[in-house]
Design a protein around this ligand. Structure first.
Ligand code: EPU
Length: 426
């Protein structure tokens, strides 16, 4: 039996949809929280499968993780043990790599399986590892303990602050190096740091726990090492990619949809692009209203690190591009394999030409429902957008990818009037 998402497309959407806490912040905040020696309470945790995997890993280390009320966790690492992370959950999400920085910082040693995650082509972690080495860590690999897998050991006698220049402004490397450096001796400076809002959120949590980190949100992050982190309360920022997905699907199918719990500033690059397309969109303080638009124009996008156009939103936007008059182009500079979504859209009638690292989408195409596969999380989001637009029934397979990042997507969209449901098929 396989569970699929089915959509009868063509329904106009009306109503309000509330965005959950940010996945890509949460997956860093949970590993960061275990660096404390006291309980940490975090609110706004999305109910997604990546969080379940992280809870499993934390509990495996004897961290007491309690659900207290809606979307809140009390994480108590008082009796935590630095165990070898050889459990399967590590491979279910890429962000388990944040335990590297967290445990290296706290215990000077981490032993774990290599992380998994969405298949978006080669996703090296060389910048994370180079950063750990610059702080004084040694790295060894063992591929014999678990067949077809690699166990990585990162350890240091002591971590000493230093100046680290990142060859690329990597989100993961920036956060991971910050976490290790929080417990290093002296000052660490990360140059060419990534500037994503999720990094600022993680820094805010660590500072509340007692860390001394300045420059979050700029390309130069300065960390002054401390001896001990304590407990605190923190609320996670809204998920800008989930919000962006709902804004895009509203641009396609809304009569009037209000997207709530958004920081529109985090979505500047998307909102200005949608305005250029002719989308009737009104951002305000913490919400975005989208109204039906008479006609859409083709646009060109280039994915870039924040504040550029997010790679995570190019797949959902590619579905909307099928509805725009003319040829739109996407230049993907972060993850070339993202164009797998375009290949699925082609099955639904999209006119797509892929010449890596660029794709062209020519509209207007009237999409038709068929069987498609979510090859990764954001491809899944693109297929939901496309399914809502298409004539007839779309069946989306491999929805485990969608469940990794979108809390209650089916019920949220049903509330807007979409004809969408989950079904078990043989
Ligand atoms: N890169 C390296 N070496 C490294 C690290 C990254 O070459 O050591 C390269 C990557 O291969 C990629 C680029 O640098 O080409 C960007 O990677 P980055 O490290 O910034 O991405 P990430 O931390 O692996 C996070 C999000 C992704 C999102 C990217 C880009 C998390 C858990 N993941 O990944 O989110 O696409 O930043 O914004 O925060 C998703 O949510 O669907 C998702 C994949």
């Amino acid at each position: 039996m396989e569970e699929v998402i089915r959509i009868n497309g063509g329904k106009l959407l009306d109503g309000t949809i509330k965005v959950s806490g940010a996945k890509n912040a949460t997956v860093a905040l949970l590993p960061a929280s275990v660096m404390a020696y006291q309980p940490v309470r975090i609110a706004g945790i999305p109910d997604i499968s990546d969080v379940n995997s992280l809870k499993e890993i934390m509990r495996f280390m004897n961290v007491d993780v309690q659900e207290i009320g809606d979307n809140e966790l009390l994480i108590d690492p008082t009796n935590m043990e630095n165990r070898v992370l050889d459990l399967e959950a590590v491979r279910k999400l890429r962000a388990s790599y944040y335990f590297m920085g967290a445990l290296l910082g706290k215990y000077r040693k981490v032993v774990m399986r290599m992380p998994g995650g969405c298949d978006l082509g080669p996703r090296p972690i060389n910048l994370h590892l180079k950063g750990f080495e610059a702080l004084g860590a040694h790295i060894t690999y063992d591929n014999e303990t678990i067949p077809n897998d690699i166990i990585i050991t990162i350890e240091a006698e002591e971590l000493v602050g230093t100046r680290i220049y990142l060859d690329f402004a990597s989100v993961g490397a920036t956060i991971n190096i910050i976490m290790a450096a929080v417990y290093a001796k002296g000052r660490t400076i990360i140059e060419n740091a990534a500037r994503e809002p999720e990094i600022i959120d993680c820094i805010n949590l660590l500072n509340r726990m007692g860390a001394v980190i300045r420059g979050g949100g700029t390309s130069r992050v300065v960390i002054d090492g401390v001896d001990r982190l304590g407990g605190c309360f923190h609320e996670i920022i809204p998920d800008r990619i989930e919000a962006g997905t709902y804004i895009i699907l509203s641009a396609a199918m809304a009569n009037h949809v209000c997207i709530e719990n958004v920081i529109p500033y985090h979505l500047d690059s998307l909102i200005s692009k949608l305005k250029e397309m002719g989308v009737n969109i009104v951002p305000s303080l913490d919400r975005v209203d989208v109204y039906s638009s008479p006609a859409l124009n083709a646009v060109d996008i280039t994915t870039m690190p924040y504040p550029g156009f997010a790679t995570d939103l190019q797949s959902p936007l590619s579905a909307l591009m099928t509805k725009a008059e003319g040829t739109s182009t996407i230049l993907e500079t972060i993850y070339p394999e993202r164009f797998k979504a375009c290949e699925q859209l082609e099955k639904m009638g999209a006119k797509v030409k892929i010449e890596q690292p660029q794709a062209e989408i020519t509209g207007i195409s009237h999409l038709h429902g068929c069987d498609v596969t979510a090859t990764d999380l954001r491809c899944g989001a693109a297929l939901v957008v496309a399914g809502l637009m298409a004539d007839g029934m779309t069946t989306i397979h491999e929805i485990k990818h969608i469940d990794r990042g979108y809390q209650d997507i089916v019920s949220k969209l049903r509330n807007l009037g979409a004809d969408i449901w989950r079904e078990h098929i043989d």
